[in-house]
Design a protein. Structure first.
Length: 549
């Protein structure tokens, strides 16, 4: 006997039940993590196919075939319309792009991108010697990119202060598939702050959402402006047609931007479907631009790096220029002229401590003035003070020891909330002053901060002489530590106690067997270990340094 209703309708009932449960945030959050929004793909298709099978074998009336026929027929008609619209848009874009020819000459023009993620890709894959990105973060307001051979990369990395001057020689990878990407071993990308040295050809991108017969499109317009003001545009981007297999997605999720629970029911679309023709899934718009500029593609085997002498000279010049600018900024801070500071970065100076020698007395005096300033509106003074504290920490050993008593006196005058306690690079160096620094290092104002690492590192540098004063403090922190504590903090304590000649007792809480791990990794630390073992900024760095005894 024929049934009135197909049993496969239960799949639709299950879909509805799951969707209703997702409407409620309490159950919806759990189902969201279970990817319940995608269960409807399986359930609805199973229901449609099940109804068709039941009608075909005569279990229910043949009229039930109308349901899957309408569903799949209507869906595939919509898919066909999407692809017709996609071909229409692609033809329109390609016809317009074919008419664009840009008179770009790499020898006489500088190619500058306002905001472009494919700059380095163009450098690697086309005969483009250099390209620039506009960047307001640099005084030069531009960042250059060049392809450089590996030997030159290594020489650039060896320029002291170059990395701090934002001169970066970076490894890059080949391939679109993240699983199959391989590093290029012969070349790297050299990027550095640099102004263009030719008239600028500027490239910018504008993305907007639109529809073509209900086909969602992310249209990407690439605008090219010549030095003489002549303007060109290229059109590309991505579309999101429906997939040929129906994928109805029904579910809810947390919209963190709007801070609300949102639900939707729609067919899944193939987003990021390229509109214009090309051999790759991504970067077709970048390849289109390269073609319009008249650039020739180069194979991996035909790659050639920039002139070594040229890039080495420029990298060194940029480093020296940055150094001079940072020294001028330091002089402005010392002269209480914060408005004259161009950049509050002193990374290059820190890596060349010999440049601080002529200013050592002024830097320590400046730190004393800044630390004593209690004005509520002294934000710039405090900012400059933190810079000066970092410079004090970078002084050469003999200079740092010379000013040791004055530095400790500054800490002695600082109250609990003083910004000086948060200058993490200075406190470890206090340990180089020996026993005189211990009252500061074991002070609660140092050890009770959000990170006690700098103070513990300073104690570690003092070594065995500090055992009587610092040992009980360290042991107290050690015994009170819990399994929830960061393993790194227990590492700092363990290494420090070992260098002070102490034997750390087993941990009171140690469900994760951390004590045995610490003994295995750091058990060879002793009072004879060099102070470099106390470099806790990186466990790997400390592990390397502790081998030097």
């Amino acid at each position: 006997m024929k049934s009135r209703f197909p049993r496969s309708l239960l799949f639709f009932a299950a879909t509805a039940a799951v969707f209703v449960l997702q409407l409620l945030p309490l159950t919806g959050v759990f189902l969201m993590f279970m990817l319940a929004a995608y269960w409807s793909v399986l359930l609805i298709n199973a229901g449609m196919i099940g109804v068709a099978v039941e009608a075909a074998i005569g279990r229910v009336s043949r009229w039930w075939l109308v349901l899957p026929l309408l569903f799949y027929g209507g869906y595939w008609a919509a898919v066909t319309m999407d692809h017709i619209a996609l071909r229409s848009v692609a033809s329109e874009y390609q016809a317009a792009n074919a008419r664009v020819t840009i008179p770009f000459d790499p020898d006489n023009h500088s190619l500058v991108f306002d905001d472009h993620d494919d700059t380095e890709w163009l450098i690697r894959n086309y005969d483009l010697p250099v390209a620039y990105n506009f960047n307001r973060n640099f005084p030069e307001e531009h960042r250059s990119h060049r392809l450089v051979d590996t030997s030159t990369c290594n020489k650039i990395r060896g320029i002291r202060g170059a990395y701090a001057a934002r001169v970066r020689a970076s490894v890059f990878y080949e391939g679109e598939d993240s699983l199959g990407r391989k590093p290029e071993e012969r070349f790297c990308i050299l990027s550095m702050p640099e102004r263009p040295n030719h008239p600028v050809l500027r490239v910018s991108e504008h993305e907007e959402k639109e529809y073509k017969n209900r086909l969602p499109i992310n249209r990407l317009t690439t605008s090219i402006t010549m030095p003489d003001g002549q303007h060109f545009e290229l059109s590309g981007g991505f579309a999101a047609p429906l997939s040929w297999f129906p994928r109805p997605v029904m579910g809810c999720g947390l919209n963190s931007a709007a801070a609300k629970w949102e639900c939707a029911a729609q067919f899944w679309r193939k987003g990021f479907t390229p509109i214009i023709e090309g051999d790759t899934r991504f970067r077709r718009d970048a390849a289109l631009l390269a073609h319009a500029l008249g650039l020739n593609s180069i194979s991996l085997a035909d790659r050639d790096g920039a002139d070594q002498n040229l890039v080495l000279a420029r990298a060194a010049a940029i480093t020296d220029t940055t150094l001079a600018r940072q020294l001028a900024d330091i002089d402005a801070i010392l002269a209480d002229r914060p408005d004259d500071v161009v950049d509050w970065d002193v990374d290059v100076v820190v890596r060349r401590p010999e440049t601080l020698t002529p200013r050592a007395h002024a830097i320590v005096a400046g730190l004393e003035r800044a630390a004593a300033n209690t004005e509520e509106d002294g934000r710039q003074v405090r900012r400059g003070g933190k810079i000066l504290a970092r410079l004090v920490a970078s002084l050469r050993d003999e200079e740092f020891l010379e000013f040791g008593s004055r530095i400790l006196a500054v800490y002695g005058e600082a109250d609990r909330e003083h910004w000086l306690w948060d200058v993490r690079v200075l406190m470890p160096r206090l340990g180089d002053l020996g026993m005189e620094a211990l009252p500061v290092l074991v002070d609660g104002r140092a050890l009770d901060r959000s990170s006690s690492r700098p103070a513990i590192e300073g104690i570690c540098r003092v070594g065995v002489p500090g055992r009587a004063m610092a040992g009980p403090v360290l042991l107290d922190i050690w015994t009170k530590s819990r399994d929830s504590a960061d393993l790194r903090k227990r590492t700092w304590l363990y290494v420090t106690m070992r260098r002070l000649g102490m034997s750390p007792p087993p941990l009171l809480e140690d469900e994760r067997n951390q004590f045995d791990r610490l003994q295995d990794k750091w058990g060879d630390v002793s009072p004879q270990s060099q102070s470099s073992v106390c470099a806790f900024r990186s466990d790997l760095r400390a592990q390397r340094n502790r081998k030097s005894k």
